[in-house]
Design a binder for this molecule. Structure first.
Ligand SMILES: Nc1nc2c(ncn2[C@@H]2O[C@H](COP(=O)(O)OP(=O)(O)OP(=O)(O)O)[C@@H](O)[C@H]2O)c(=O)[nH]1
Ligand SMILES: [Mg+2]
Length: 197
């Protein structure tokens, strides 16, 4: 294995981050979900991520992604900086069925651009749900600029998650941010395999 790259999966409460990493990971996912506490949270789901999700996926024989999922709730946002350190790019997951959370997503995206210069894509999740807004609407409602990809996503389907990750890798390559990205590549191979860039 030549390169291990760190990717962060973020997004607001219940956007599907834990599901996204569970669907794709080659290893048993490490998660830190605990019972939800407030009535509002309990109404939506019984467990929430308080620290992180962690999974890995081998993309090519020489490329392995380390996936770190953030907690969605703002009260755990001190973890975001920690998790974003050294990432080459990130995915912002959006619950396409719940526009009520779009303002929170905008806040989160703003915070992330302050935390890290790494490029990102937006994944309009839960596209299997009839109530889901199509990616184009999600883009418009969140005010995402044209140069940032907004992709359809079903986090429970491995093939869909893989497409999002590949789109992110393509976006990173085309972004011209390879200098940032390469700074964050961890080489675990001997120097004879080191990239010449
Ligand atoms: N229909 C549908 N439901 C989904 C999808 N992805 C996630 N869900 C559901 O959405 C809910 C939240 O998913 P999680 O993966 O726990 O969300 P999270 O972003 O990790 O949530 P927090 O860690 O609490 O912020 C769960 O009930 C999932 O089953 C999807 O693609 N389609
Ligand atoms: Mg979670």
């Amino acid at each position: 294995m030549k390169h291990m790259l760190k990717i962060v999966v973020t997004g607001s409460f219940a956007a599907g981050k834990t599901q996204f990493i569970r669907s794709i990971s080659d290893i048993d996912v490490v998660d830190t979900d605990f019972k939800t506490t407030t009535n509002e949270e309990r109404g939506l789901k019984s467990e929430t991520t308080v620290a992180l999700d962690f999974g890995t996926i081998v993309i090519t024989p020489s490329l392995k992604l380390y996936l770190f999922g953030t907690p969605g709730q703002v009260r755990f946002d001190y973890m975001w900086e920690e998790l974003a350190t050294g990432c080459i790019g990130y995915v912002v997951l959006v619950d396409s069925c719940r526009p009520a959370y779009f303002a929170e997503t905008q806040h989160l995206m703003h915070r992330f651009t302050e935390i890290t210069p790494a490029p990102f894509v937006v994944a309009a999740n839960k596209q299997d749900d009839p109530a889901a807004l199509p990616p184009m609407y999600v883009r418009r409602r969140l005010g995402i600029p044209a140069e940032i990809p907004v992709l359809p996503c079903v986090a429970s389907e491995r093939s869909s998650v893989k497409l999002v990750l590949i789109s992110l890798l393509k976006h990173i390559t085309s972004y011209g941010a390879t200098s940032d990205a390469e700074d964050n590549v961890v080489d675990d191979a001997p120097s004879s395999h080191a990239s010449s860039a």
